[in-house]
Design a binder for this molecule. Sequence first.
Ligand code: KG4
Ligand code: ZN
Length: 340
Amino acid sequence: MKKDFAILGIESTCDETSAALLIGGRQLASNVIYSQIEEHKKYHGVVPELASRAHAAKIATVINEALGGHDIDCVAFAHGPGLPGGLMVGRVAAQTLANFKKVPILGVNHLEGHLFACEFEDGEVKNPLTFPLVALIVSGGHTELWYVKGYGNYKVLGRTRDDAAGEAFDKVAKLLGLAYPGGPQVSAQALQGRRDAVDFPRPLLPGTWDFSFSGIKTAVSYYLRDHKNVSVPDVCASFEQAVCETLVKKTMLAAEKYKVKHIAVGGGVAANSLLRELMCAEGKKHGIEVRFVPRKMSSDNAAMIALAAYKKLQYAGPNALEKKWNININPNLRVKNWGK
Ligand code: KG4
Ligand code: ZN
């Protein structure tokens, strides 16, 4: 690939409409993000139909702004997992642009984007991941644990069987009358609360690497039903502690089992301060380097999609650009090895 190879990334899997321009796999020329939070706020969660409409309304403007008149060599878009309507908007926009510019088009897994976002720092790709590592991808739609041997070389160890961790934060926020998205709200309340006030369950599901967070959420709803004059900060602090301890424990167990010295954590929930604190403390104890995605890059954005595409082109073998990369959308897309 030439030194200034320019990739335009497009992200529209959930409730952010984003486009970014990555030059030479290193320099982020733009990362335009239109957040739909205002549209979804009053429903305490993402309404798929509203999300599709907002993507359709904003995508052209966002792409135009990200391009800034620059030439491009490739268009990449997140082709799953995500909400079908949003994915279709992303695909149509990407195909139109790629055809117009006569450049190749590439479908990228949104969750791989969350992992590679860990390499950004101050608008540049500065910190290459060190393999092998265990990755925790933890967001509003997903909670997955991977053993990663190298770029595009994955073994999915486990995933949530019900709610994603971020979804649990959002649902608990709703139960407590806090605003959407719930993660930052619950976390802010938790700062004033006691973490041992309520003993919420830590669902470790021994013998598997899977997660399950709907039980903690249900325990919170029963607690609220059965108690009068509850302290919102205490409930938030105890809930956050239960979720974060569970995430840290399983990730550390996986790191030990697979004998890795590196852990990478990406996705919206990776912005959580308690998760960062607990994971880093455990990492220190076990001599494991823990890498968190920079907070600014933790939630959905197209820079991570452009970077995932660049890595794919770089590491997927000779003639990677000429390969017929799958550009069909897949709302339930699973992470796959690039060789296959
Ligand atoms: O990665 P993301 O932007 O979108 C998905 O791909 O799902 O993640 C959004 C999720 C929301 O559920 C939000 O509540 C959660 O990340 N989140 C947090 C924090 N900031 C965002 N959860 C806990 N603590 C936070 N500080
Ligand atoms: Zn995401």
